[in-house]
Design a protein around this ligand. Structure first.
Ligand code: OAD
Length: 243
């Protein structure tokens, strides 16, 4: 792969950001949503990750999250996450905006992170709105209940049809606007508002660098498209940049 031009740009860039999706964690063994392995018991994410699904059948939705917690709990950050954590220590302004709820960017060492869709290791009381960390795998009582009021707990994640946390979205937009370069890594770029962020970067004069196994609706707008696994391409880029 020829990285010469992008290396030149990255060496001059003052503000770099990343928008990541499920693909960056695929090499850690976590199934993506829209890939072939993305179905659980024949359900698509859109059928389970909704407030309506939880209202209808909270046990089913929690069974799905239990399954995902087991997989994520065993997963380790891969070379993609690790390279991005390294870059944060090299660039004064480096941010990761992630749609992933697996927490692997943080475990790899990144600190400047916006978790746009929440975190699977947090639960929220549906009655009181209180948020707590919960790393039990698997959760034994389904649905789990609030210690304080007995209300159902739900995963502290954003579901389809729900708004993103306002502070998180504002921060993500500010990052997108400020970016000289935004890497868009392992996302199908179809879920909004996250998918709007690269366009914000581009409108403000920044460049989009996409890394994905396949083309997406964003690819024709991207300034650079590197086709392949992020866990391989990011370390290759790093060795040319810092090697
Ligand atoms: P998707 O499953 O829609 O897309 C994963 C993307 O990663 C695809 O474009 C793949 O081609 C690509 N991919 C897979 N393996 C890769 C690898 N090793 N290296 C690089 N790219 C790879 O996941 P997201 O785009 O993250 O939202 O999905 C967005 C949102 O929809 C999720 O956050 C979730 C989901 O349903 C909610 O639950 C609200």
């Amino acid at each position: 792969m020829v990285f010469k031009e992008i290396i030149y740009i990255l060496k001059k860039a003052k503000f770099i950001s990343v928008l990541s999706g499920a693909g960056i964690s695929a090499e850690s063994g976590i199934p993506t949503f829209r890939g072939e392995d993305g179905l659980w018991k024949k359900y698509r994410a859109e059928e389970l990750a909704t407030p309506q699904a939880f209202e209808r059948d909270p046990v089913l939705v929690w069974e799905w999250y239990n399954w995902r917690r087991e997989i994520i709990g065993k997963a380790q950050p891969n070379q993609g996450h690790i390279t991005l954590a390294k870059w944060e220590s090299l660039y004064p302004n480096f941010w990761v905006i992630t749609q992933n709820i697996d927490g692997l960017h943080r475990r790899a060492g990144s600190k400047n992170i916006v978790e746009l869709h929440g975190n699977i290791w947090k639960v929220r009381c549906t009655r009181e709105g209180t948020i707590k960390e919960n790393t039990e795998i698997p959760l034994k009582e389904l649905p789990p209940k609030c210690e304080n009021c007995g209300g159902f707990l739900r995963p502290h994640v954003v579901w389809f049809g729900e708004s993103l946390d306002r502070n998180d979205m504002e921060k993500a937009e500010e990052i997108a606007i400020s970016s000289d370069v935004m890497f868009v890594i392992g996302t199908s770029a179809v879920v909004y508002p996250a998918a709007s962020l690269p366009f914000l970067t581009k409108r403000n004069g920044g460049l989009i660098v996409e890394i994905n196994l396949a083309e997406t609706p964003l690819t024709s707008y991207a300034d650079f498209f590197f086709k392949g696994r992020s866990g391989e391409i990011l370390p290759q880029l790093d060795s040319e940049l810092n090697g």
